[in-house]
Design a protein around this ligand. Structure first.
Ligand SMILES: CC(C)(COP(=O)(O)OP(=O)(O)OC[C@H]1O[C@@H](n2cnc3c(N)ncnc32)[C@H](O)[C@@H]1OP(=O)(O)O)[C@@H](O)C(=O)NCCC(=O)NCCS
Length: 169
């Protein structure tokens, strides 16, 4: 069963909710270090500006029952990797465990293959992030590699997992 969610453009009107939800170590602790913690208004403003203007990163606000619940983005790679995009996402903690991100990943993947000149989408969850691995598997992604201690996050080495989905051609 697929949930009814909407993937919408980011706007400044979402700033307060963005900062409220993104300022969470349980989210930041599973993201790259470019996701700030603490997450304050200036960071939120910069993010929304980036999401609105980037040519290579396609970032959408996730809405569930009419309210902002998270973010999902496809980041086009460059040079010889330019037919690939990296998928990243986070969900506000009050909404975890309802299948929202599985639905968002499925929809964003379909959107990416339709609207971007790419043949492969990949995501790189931490080996410790079982919920994210489950999301990717439920959305039809396959595990390509496990790189031992590929990431160093908050002073600890963790495995880097590479999941991907390929465009049907
Ligand atoms: C990871 C995250 C996006 C998951 O979103 P979500 O909407 O809660 O995910 P879903 O409900 O679609 O699916 C989660 C699945 O993981 C499972 N799960 C959750 N925590 C788990 C755990 N500790 N161990 C094993 N499975 C777990 C859930 O049971 C569910 O599987 P099920 O549907 O078979 O029951 C969300 O928790 C989040 O934003 N976390 C912080 C940021 C983050 O990790 N971003 C991704 C970086 S790669």
């Amino acid at each position: 069963m697929s949930l009814n969610i909407q993937l919408s453009d980011w706007t400044e009107a979402l700033l307060d909710k963005l900062v409220e939800y993104a300022n969470n170590p349980g989210i930041a602790g599973n993201m790259t270090d470019s996701f700030p913690h603490p997450y304050r208004e200036d960071k939120g403003k910069a993010f929304i500006q980036f999401a609105k203007t980037s040519e290579t990163s396609k970032i959408k606000a996730i809405f569930f029952k009419g309210e902002l619940v998270g973010s999902i983005g496809l980041h086009l790679q460059h040079d010889i990797s330019r037919k690939n995009a990296e998928l990243g996402y986070w969900l506000a903690e009050p909404f975890w465990g309802q299948g929202i991100m599985t639905t968002a990943v499925k929809e964003m993947t379909e959107w990416g293959f339709k609207n971007m000149d790419i043949v492969r989408i990949f995501a790189r969850p931490f080996g410790s992030n079982l919920a994210s691995q489950k999301v990717l598997e439920k959305a039809g992604y396959q595990l390509e590699a496990r790189i031992k201690d590929g990431f160093y996050k908050n002073g600890v080495f963790v495995d880097e997992l590479i999941y991907s989905k390929r465009k049907e051609r």
